[in-house]
Design a protein around this ligand. Sequence first.
Ligand code: SF4
Length: 296
Amino acid sequence: MIAPTAAAPASAGRAATHHKQPKPSPDPTQLALELTGRNYLSHSAITTFMKCPLRFQFSYRQDLPREFVSSSLIFGASIHAAIELHYRELFEGQPSPSHEALMERYEQAWQKEATLPVRFGKTETQDSLKDLAARMLKAFQDSELSKLDSQLLGVEEEVRGRIIPGCPDILGRLDLMLLAKDRLRIIDFKTSRSAWNEDQMQASAPQLLLYCELVKPLAQEFGDLPVSIEWIILTKTKSPSVTLHSLSPDPVAIHRIKRTVRSVWSAIKTGHTYPVPSSMNCSSCPFQNACRQWED
Ligand code: SF4
């Protein structure tokens, strides 16, 4: 609706004033590029800001070099790379790779990621983690979940779209996308210290709920199929387990995460920043020295 404009009285005898037109708001995707060097928002950027706006500033706005990398981050990424290899081979119609091939991929990924000093947990070493990786990848290969029971549509598929009015494009990377008879399945791999429960699933759901919105156009192409969100969890335990967890996306939860992203984007745009110190946030933060020296 166009707001009515008040006309100046003819008898006022003043020169007509030309009101400045309000500047059009910049395109959110362009603004994201200016603010963060990326023309999109990722779920990781959103959660980083929610946990600590100062860490977001160091990472996304200033692009500061990290002071260290935590072993759990490299370990997760390296296991992920090995599992990705497994599914890529299947996607290309090849037999499943051997355990040796998966371990080789794990080691390559570790070398690639470990370019900064690695911060290990109290009882960990690179060798102890390699042993753990060998057990986890064996458990994965032995599991039924390493076999495909639906048509594989994509491995590490990038999806992006403007799914939230007023916000930049959201970018996601789907670990696995499968087409079942009655639904489109999007699957995320995770390593975990212990078996998952309902709370962990609910806490991880927002990311996949956003991805669910991103793949809706594709689901429509397949006859408006519903989308299911699923996780394959590999535990970092002595005897690793491999389990599948799934959720049917709840429209109320989708609305809530989209509303949350809109608020986070509004906050990012203000440029306000502040530290949120806590043992949970700070122990793994790779900007601890920068944080100590920070002055607003
Ligand atoms: S050390 Fe803690 S408070 Fe400082 S930037 Fe990192 S997470 Fe934020």
